[in-house]
Design a protein around this ligand. Structure first.
Ligand code: KIV
Length: 279
């Protein structure tokens, strides 16, 4: 696929223009069928590096590679016509400096058709964000709980409680000033999320933040009940598809063992069936 030719209906400018307006709807996706299901309902779809845990059984996002992001990014791209495709920069692909970040962001966009990249970090990433934006790469920032820094944050904890709130606010202001078109706020207190939403010029996308954010995002496997290893407080399960899928698999296994499947309607006779003449 000449992925750069992919044109979604939504752009970074459209997302930016939604500041303070109708809430921005977003989910993660990792496959074509799932992307197709959400295309009409979401403003942007994120190929998140959460795919490492959700799709590949990794213990964290740290083992996710550029190749994994590109493979899933291409799959999701094939399922989208309307929603904007945003892709995560994996751990180790941008932190060295602006030039490394540009090289890898450009590769992600060229090989997947993504219209923007997301990267984790606030004040410390402002220079990199400015460099990318000046060279044609729309950037969504991600602050608060940044899972790629789990080893220095001391776990997946709420960020920005008490006096730490000023640091998260400074991060939000730094990424907005650097030219990010929106910012994900993960696992921050509601009051702080509302303050950031009121004070920064770009849309805030909440996950474990506040209904007052300019938009919301969830990991699709969490909200559909496919990923059941654990459930964060901020996840609402809109379905229990994992349970339904396991029940269906158990029923299939029982029918195979009882020789009830395949039944007559699933097997072929020696003669081809007569063609129907009905129009
Ligand atoms: O990787 C991911 O899925 C994310 C979202 C949770 C925002 O970064």
């Amino acid at each position: 696929m000449s992925a750069t030719s992919k044109q979604s209906a939504m752009t970074a400018d459209d997302i930016r223009a939604r500041k303070g307006n109708q809430p921005i709807v977003s989910l993660t996706a990792y496959t074509t069928p799932m992307a197709r299901l959400m295309d009409r309902h979401c403003d942007f779809v994120l190929v998140g590096d959460s795919l490492g845990m959700v799709m590949h059984g990794l213990p964290s996002t740290l083992g996710v590679t550029m190749e994994m992001m590109i493979l899933h990014g291409q799959a999701v791209s094939r399922g989208l016509d309307h929603a904007m495709l945003v892709i995560d920069m994996p751990f180790g692909s941008y932190e060295e400096g602006p030039q490394q970040a540009f090289r890898n962001a450009a590769r992600l966009m060229a090989e997947t058709g993504a219209a923007a990249v997301k990267l984790e970090g606030g004040v410390e990433m402002a220079e990199t964000i400015r460099f990318l934006v000046a060279r044609g790469i729309p950037v969504m920032a991600h602050i608060g709980l940044t899972p790629q820094s789990v080893n220095t944050l001391g776990g997946y904890k709420v960020q920005g409680r008490d006096e730490q709130g000023d640091l998260v606010l400074a991060d939000a202001q730094a990424v907005a000033d650097a030219g990010a078109f929106s910012v994900v706020l993960e696992k921050v207190p509601q009051r702080l999320a509302d303050q950031i939403t009121a004070e920064v010029s770009i849309p805030t996308i909440g996950i474990g933040a506040s209904a007052g954010c300019d938009g919301q995002i969830l990991v699709v496997d969490d909200m559909l009940g496919f990923f059941t290893a654990f459930k964060a407080k901020f996840v609402k399960r809109y379905a229990d598809l994992g349970d339904s899928a396991e029940a269906a698999i158990a029923e299939y296994a029982a029918e195979v063992r009882a020789r009830e499947f395949p039944a007559a309607e699933h097997v072929f006779g020696d003669q081809a069936p007569k063609q129907s003449t009905k129009k």
